[in-house]
Design a protein around this ligand. Structure first.
Ligand code: SF4
Length: 346
């Protein structure tokens, strides 16, 4: 019988499960507490459910659904990368980044990605499937750092807005009182800016949003991010201008800096002009060279000049520290693993 994961279900879905198994309605809240607060890995550990109820859940094929990482690797800077079972024969990666009093987890939402950005290892491997809410929540619950996590970013493999229902369900579980009870201020969703889905994310949640821009010029952005054709950054910014980011919720733009391509004064001025009047910040990100791409990173001094020019024009800009580069865990380097005929492929 196919196993059915209980993690990844919201309270309403747990109520359906208890009804299906002939259990009292209040058992749904009890199960949510065992799954998300006490974080058990086995139905047998849910000791305030009757033995008959636990047996019935097992008979119907239900399991907690927690899966430990398949592999782990640690960087010299303390960043850790974990491999989890993904979709379509392709595993996915989650990254835990300790930094002073914070521990951030970067989760994947898809195995591979359809967006085909030219600078991204995930994009190079094609699309293999979207993760279920259970597979997303499992990354948060099953990394060894789980109890210490302070922040979550949807910046791993995949485009979160291309798997929006599952991402929204994961956010609901992360923030609900019956779930992990996190503040939405601890959660950031990073996206290329699929318009309809972005509007839904903004309307239905209070999480922070990070938009990948990488160039203020449409043709150039399109050469880096083919998705510019379908979702022009001009329209994305127009949509963002209709929301309030002055307090509670933060808007940031991700700008990977490529040497000789998007790191000069002209780009800086155009970027500042496009973002003028928006309550936002810009994260400048060092590019990590990937095989098969001629793109190269900007010089550190160039990045500092770019940052200072943006700041001088009233746009808060910071250079994001690069973490986990030695274990291929930094921005754009996640690739997961695939299995073909029993052999690992990358
Ligand atoms: S950068 Fe993001 S959206 Fe682009 S291919 Fe990589 S994972 Fe997909």
């Amino acid at each position: 019988m196919e196993k059915k994961a209980l993690i990844g279900k919201n309270l309403e879905e747990l109520r359906e499960v208890v009804a299906e198994c002939g259990m009292p309605a209040f058992a749904a809240k009890q199960m949510a507490r065992w799954l998300y607060e006490k974080r058990v890995t086995d139905i047998e550990a849910m000791t305030d459910l009757s033995k008959a109820a636990r047996q019935r859940l097992a008979q119907e094929g239900y399991v907690v659904g927690r899966e430990a990482p398949l592999a782990a690797v640690k960087s010299v800077d303390g960043t850790a990368k974990y491999l989890f079972t993904g979709e379509g024969g392709r595993d996915v990666e989650a990254v835990c980044i300790p930094d002073k009093d914070r521990v951030t987890i970067c989760v994947s939402s898809q195995a591979g990605c359809k967006m085909n950005c030219s600078f991204c290892m995930t994009g190079k491997q094609g699309f293999h499937g979207s993760l279920t809410p259970a597979a997303i929540i499992n990354q948060v619950l099953s990394v060894p750092e789980s109890a210490e996590l302070t922040n979550i970013v949807f910046m791993g493999m995949g485009e979160p807005l291309d798997n929006l229902d599952a991402v929204l369900r994961a956010i609901e579980i992360l923030t609900a009182k019956w779930g992990l009870a996190w503040s939405p201020k601890r959660i950031t969703v990073s996206s290329i800016g699929k318009l309809r889905e972005l509007r839904r994310l903004l309307d239905e949640t209070k999480v922070h949003v990070a938009i990948s821009i990488h160039s203020p010029y449409p043709a150039e952005r399109e050469s880096l991010m083919p998705v510019e054709r379908a979702y022009p950054i001009r329209e994305v910014i127009d949509l963002l201008r209709t929301y309030d980011f002055s307090h509670q919720r933060r808007l940031s733009f991700e700008y990977i800096m490529f040497g000789g391509l998007n790191d000069d004064r002209r780009h800086c001025m155009e970027l500042a002009s496009r973002l003028s009047g928006l309550d936002c910040r810009v994260n400048l990100i060092r590019f990590h060279a990937i095989p098969g791409s001629e793109l190269r990173p900007s010089e550190p001094e160039r990045m500092e000049q770019f940052r200072d020019m943006l700041n001088a024009r009233g746009i808060t800009a910071t250079i994001r520290a690069s973490r986990g580069e030695d274990i291929l865990a930094a921005c754009g380097m996640l690739a997961g693993k695939g299995k073909k005929n029993g052999n690992d492929v990358n």
